[in-house]
Design a protein around this ligand. Sequence first.
Ligand SMILES: Cc1cc2nc3c(=O)[nH]c(=O)nc-3n(C[C@H](O)[C@H](O)[C@H](O)COP(=O)(O)O)c2cc1C
Length: 319
Amino acid sequence: MVPQKPQPPSFESVVFREALGTFLTGVTVVTTIDETGRHWGLTANSFTSVSLEPPLVLFCVASHAGSYDTFSRCPSFVVNILSYDQLDLAHRFSRRSPDKFEGLHLDRSSAGSPVLPGSSAWLGCTVYQRLVVGDHLVVIGRVLEVETSGSLPLGYSKGNFLSLAPERQGAARSAPTGRVQWMIEADNGDLLLALEPSGGWALPTSPEAEVRLDDDWLVGAARRLSGADEIDAPALFAVYDDSSDGVVTLAYRCRARGAVGLPPAPLRFVDSRTALNETRGNDVVHSMITRFVSERDEEAFGIYSGTVERGRVLRLGSS
Ligand SMILES: Cc1cc2nc3c(=O)[nH]c(=O)nc-3n(C[C@H](O)[C@H](O)[C@H](O)COP(=O)(O)O)c2cc1C
């Protein structure tokens, strides 16, 4: 058979990622121990069950991951399926760090891989097969040990973590009451925008289930969205009520300093002129960016308060 020349894709990579993001998954932290006794772990939602007999599961690790080499040769690993209250671990293990396990209380599988207590379940596996596929290593494990805790799992979709607990309990958080939106500016003045499924551009928004308003959370949220190492103290930029869904939006502005890595899709830094052009179809976002750019030039920021239709900009010192 004559090998087929691969067809170029008919879509942009950002669109591919966006489509994949609509697939709701759980969240795992896959851990192992290397021959020197060092612990390794990464947040992974590529976990999938493969076979019941024999019991097989798989996860995929990207070729750029710091743990790639270790997972290319380790004989065993543990899949920790995170529970809804382990969001901090999901964040911790999704960032590069010399010691992701610092300060954590750990249990161990019989092969010695770290087990994170409090997970919904953990699976101790021995490596069954490894395949290099595209830009990922697929690691298939044969499950030797299993423990479940009964905790409800953490979910993930479209770049947001989801707690499945409220739905399960029929609790009151089904209707969100507040969201946090961001005007994040890079050192060079570019603004962070989010590509919407409709193809339009919007301001990035933090997942509602996670929102808190203390400084640590605000800085962490801006860092996660922008991929920046350092965030200048976020300041309130607008408070408005969207009558279409009854949700109050708090918009914060901040500067993302230093080396801004590629933010996670579908986010992108764009220069302010492009940001204004690209958001012409979205009156609210367009007017916010217009005000931001002009107030930045004047070095005097106000706070908008009102609805999406009507409101006023409050300035410090004015009544
Ligand atoms: C929800 C979520 C799921 C992820 N799933 C994967 C995955 O399946 N495979 C992967 O290689 N990286 C995945 N990542 C990214 C890694 O966690 C991230 O690149 C991490 O820095 C890898 O750690 P390491 O560089 O120490 O190996 C995911 C990140 C998040 C937030």
